[in-house]
Design a protein around this ligand. Structure first.
Ligand SMILES: [Fe+2]
Length: 430
């Protein structure tokens, strides 16, 4: 289908030629303009979107070559075709060479040849226009993309700057909060001690020793801080216990009073439960009276089921009471506890750490010997003494690591009284 916007302009000073050209192109349904002179032709080009011009060369005043040159200068995309007689061939060739004319056609023209040439010329115009349009579109999109990129980059930079600033503010705020948090806990502890002056600095000393024990046992910073805060607040639940119970010697308490006093770890945990940040500290406080041998309170937890932080606070607490009530020194306290091995109230590992603090050096756990019942032995422990049968036959040498296969045999031998019930192993490293 031919589009009506395919406009062609015919220029010739002879009406008859214009008429025959019109007739020639009628079947093609182009929009056709005609002009009898170059001047008239330029005026039409000024007013109409012409695609293609066919101009006679031999016209009075302005000839075809001059006319088409001006068309090229003012409307470079318009396709220019020149009609020429044989006499003008040279000037027509020159015009082509100078790029002023797309094609030339000699008179008399071959009708079908001219129609085909015009068809091709219009196609050429359409391609040039499409190309220009596409190029403009690409340039516009490129410019748009560039603007987007610039504004995106700017937005990212602004957001990054804002976030960085916000992070710094938050970090500063967090440091401030953390600092004032521990300070507030200390003030709080001072208030608890005001209630019972006899306690005098107990919580602070327990916290100090707990902190050293945590460091000796290489706890992570966050965990160590938790143990210290837990130690500072370990007896906070005593606020809820009547004065007459607190002031009595524990051994003289009635069963009811003792049960009431034993509520204080639970009351302490409950008091801290409203503060999110102190949840884990509350757990340490709840279990600070549990015993390694399982005879503590409130939950009668045993061994490693007791949180490590609570085991540390328990040792620090016991030592502080011991120092006040007994003439025995720290070293004696440690020795007496170590003698109990795994059967005492405290975690031997914490006692070893305490020994390390006294000795002023890190204790090598493997150099400490612990007595164990055969039933307590487990895979991976290292024998501290040769294990012999009752008749003196060597079963396992000192320094050997206990394997699962040994454990079963040892239990069988012990039941048959073939070996002693106590075996000496090195304290496992914590
Ligand atoms: Fe307590």
């Amino acid at each position: 289908m031919v589009e009506r916007d395919e406009t062609i302009l015919l220029v010739d000073d002879e009406e008859s030629i214009l008429s025959s050209l019109r007739r020639l192109f009628r079947p093609d349904n182009y929009h056709i303009c005609t002009a009898l002179s170059a001047e008239e032709g330029l005026a039409i080009l000024d007013q109409n979107p012409v695609w293609l011009v066919i101009s006679d060369n031999g016209m009075p005043r302005t000839n075809g070559v001059q006319f088409l040159k001006e068309v090229r200068d003012r409307w470079p995309d318009v396709v220019r075709v020149m009609l020429t007689g044989y006499a003008d061939l040279n000037s027509a060739m020159e015009a082509i060479n100078r790029g002023e004319v797309y094609r030339f056609v000699t008179k008399p023209w071959d009708p079908e040849g001219l129609r085909l040439l015009v068809r091709e010329g219009l196609e050429h115009y359409r391609l040039v226009q499409e190309n220009t349009r596409m190029r403009a579109l690409i340039e516009e999109q490129n410019a748009k993309l560039k603007r987007w990129n610039e504004s995106l980059q700017q937005t990212v930079e602004e957001r990054t700057k804002e976030l960085k600033q916000r992070n710094e503010e938050l970090a500063g705020l967090y440091r401030q909060l953390k600092g004032s948090f521990v300070e507030a806990i200390k003030v709080f502890t001072g208030l608890i001690e005001l209630r019972d002056p006899t306690i005098g600095g107990h919580a602070r000393r327990v916290a100090g020793l707990s902190k050293s024990l945590a460091a000796q046992m290489a706890l992570r910073e966050e965990e160590a801080k938790n143990v210290e805060v837990g130690a500072l607040l370990h007896d906070i639940g005593k606020i809820g216990i009547p004065d007459e119970i607190l002031r009595k010697n524990e051994r003289l308490l009635s069963a009811g009073e003792q049960a009431r006093l034993r509520q204080h770890p639970i009351l302490g945990q409950a008091a801290l439960q409203i503060v999110d940040h102190l949840d884990s500290t509350g757990v340490l406080i709840r279990h600070h009276h549990e015993r390694w041998d399982g005879h503590g309170y409130p939950d009668e937890l045993k061994g490693e089921a007791i949180p490590l932080g609570s085991r540390i606070i328990a040792v620090a607490n016991a030592f502080d009471h011991h120092r006040k009530a007994s003439s025995l020194g720290l070293a004696d306290f440690v020795e007496s506890q170590l003698g109990l091995g795994y059967n005492g109230p405290f975690d031997p590992a914490v006692i070893l750490a305490l020994k390390g603090i006294i000795d002023g050096s890190t204790v090598d756990g493997e150099s400490i010997e612990v007595a164990m019942d055969v039933s307590q032995l487990r895979e991976g422990l290292v024998l501290a003494r040769d294990l012999r049968t009752s008749t003196g036959i060597l079963l396992i040498s000192k320094g050997e690591t206990l394997k699962r296969a040994y454990l079963l045999k040892l239990i069988l031998y012990e039941r048959q009284k073939l070996i002693p019930s106590t075996v000496y192993v090195y304290h496992p490293r914590t």
